[in-house]
Design a protein around this ligand. Structure first.
Ligand SMILES: [Fe+2]
Length: 502
């Protein structure tokens, strides 16, 4: 039997199989019971508040005008049921600096999952690492308000598309929200006819020089592909840059963008699409680590969509690219690397304390240099300490840059903190405070700044010792505190954010 016929046969059996299997979620419920939460860092935040003035320590820079938006899971439990960290209910937070006060607002995204957990008191829904059980999911969506049907639990990141703010997770439909009230407005429907994939990166990159955003999605089918797209600023119509066929798609949380290229760094953490349909496992648990495959760098020309090079390197895994740029025949790609993807399972399934340093949690920042004409790849360490959530100045995306700001996770051995990394000199500055875990640091430039690091770094800090949160404002040059704005409640550790300037 050839592959195509085999696929069709399996597909025809699949529907019956899924119907029979979809309501038996006992195995995944067993997994969920064993999930570990560090209650200091991950807890339910049920209250929503609107424009509450924050107590200020220090002096907020007078030029800082705009809103820091944050996204992340903030509810994990219903009764004695719980979801994994990745599938906690998305909550948006806003720190508004547009007046002489700092005003704080927070609101859950009104997703289908929100209504299931809050109204139905159930955790039976599909998620990143949550029981898929599609039939049950369909049955339980009947009570969801009509205008919120199809809204996903977009708990990962925030982006600006078509002059509107959207929350994103790793499914294709962005969730629109109001920047002032944080109310969920519905799904953003693109003004194009591109057949959508089933998975999409929550890390689109905005290239300020080209005036466009670039992202990629995975189309799972008999013939899978990575589809890379662009969308001009102020527009909601995408154009396909390239479609790359792939047999076993990899989990690539983010990608690299330079002035001339898009580079997909394909780690050997791959899925057989049939497993996604046939296995009764949550989405991410179908992926397999196959280090012998190595890591493939697909270098795609932005102007033509042509694959200029496919270069194989050693196996490694990453969630986040720091930045990338090209010069002549060379492409420089900076990545926070892991030895393997074990951390995903550690967070999603196992009862392992997430803050315990294991091999799987040790990261470093590395630079991969691709010489296109020689078709060669080299690798060097830029920053050897543990880091995550790297950010660079937004106006340096896809171009040469010098400074990276990153979060330092809490471990059993060391307290959490923040790094400022000088990529040119390979030196760093740090900030830390006892009992505190800062989140992703976001750089805000001073108006008309000339130096890349002339501005402020904002980070939402959880002071788990005193059960409170505050927005930390650092001088980006010296990496020292200027001020802090106290939130009215403790906020669980979130994921990504966005600075929306005025
Ligand atoms: Fe991310």
């Amino acid at each position: 039997m050839d592959n195509a016929r085999g696929f069709r046969l399996r597909k025809s059996l699949l529907f019956l199989f899924v119907l029979l299997a979809s309501c038996d979620s006992s195995s995944s419920k067993k997994q969920i019971k064993n999930l570990y939460y560090d209650p200091r860092l991950f807890f339910d935040l049920d209250s929503e508040v609107n424009r509450v003035p924050c107590a200020i320590q220090g002096k907020i820079p007078s030029w800082l005008s705009g809103t820091l938006l944050r996204n992340g899971p903030a509810k994990f439990h219903v009764g004695d049921q719980q979801v994994s960290y990745f599938d906690g209910l998305a909550m948006l937070h806003a720190f508004d600096f547009s007046s002489d006060q700092v005003l704080y607002t927070n609101r859950f995204i009104r997703s289908e999952q929100y209504y299931i957990m809050m109204d139905k008191k159930s955790v039976n829904f599909s998620g990143f690492s949550q029981d898929p059980c599609p039939k049950l999911f369909k049955e339980q969506t009947r009570f969801i308000p009509q205008d919120m049907k199809g809204i996903e639990n977009a708990d990962v990141s925030i982006q600006e598309y078509a002059d509107q703010m959207v929350a994103l997770t790793e499914v294709p439909l962005p969730v629109l929200f109001d920047t002032g009230t944080l109310d969920t407005l519905g799904a953003l429907h693109y003004n194009d006819t591109i057949p959508q994939g089933q998975w999409e990166s929550a890390h689109p990159l905005h290239d300020p020089a080209a005036g466009e955003s670039v992202n990629y999605f995975v189309r799972f089918s008999e013939k899978c592909s990575y589809v890379i797209w662009r969308m001009a600023d102020h527009q909601s119509a995408r154009q396909v840059i390239a479609e790359i066929p792939v047999q076993l798609p990899a989990y690539m949380h983010s990608f690299a963008l330079t002035e001339r290229y898009v580079v997909l760094v394909e780690f050997p953490f791959v899925v057989n699409p049939l497993d996604l349909m046939l296995n009764k496992k949550a989405f991410i648990l179908n992926y397999k680590w196959i280090p012998d495959r190595g890591t493939h760098f697909y270098v795609v020309e932005r102007s033509t969509g042509k694959v200029a090079a496919t270069i194989k390197g050693d196996p490694f895994f990453a969630f986040h690219h720091v930045n990338a740029f090209d010069q002549g025949d060379k492409i420089f790609i900076d990545v926070v690397t892991y030895l393997n993807p074990d951390l995903i399972e550690s967070i999603a399934v196992r009862s392992t304390p997430p803050m315990k340093v294991e091999k799987s949690q040790i990261t470093k920042m590395e630079r991969f240099t691709i010489d296109i004409s020689a078709q060669k790849l080299s690798r060097e360490t830029i920053f050897p300490q543990i880091l995550e959530m790297p950010r660079v100045a937004a106006n340096r995306t896809a171009s040469e840059y010098r400074y990276c700001y990153a979060h330092k996770p809490l471990t059993l051995q060391e307290q959490a903190g923040l790094h400022k990394i000088d990529v040119a000199t390979k030196t760093s500055l740090s900030w830390a405070e006892d009992g505190c875990v800062p989140g992703e640091p976001i750089f805000v430039p001073r108006p008309r700044a000339e130096d890349e690091d002339d501005g402020a770094v904002l980070s939402l800090v959880l002071d788990y010792t005193n059960k409170r949160s505050f927005l930390l404002i650092l001088d980006a040059k010296k990496f020292t505190e200027i001020a802090r704005a106290e939130a009215p409640h403790a906020i669980p550790i979130g994921i990504h954010g966005y600075w929306k300037g005025i």
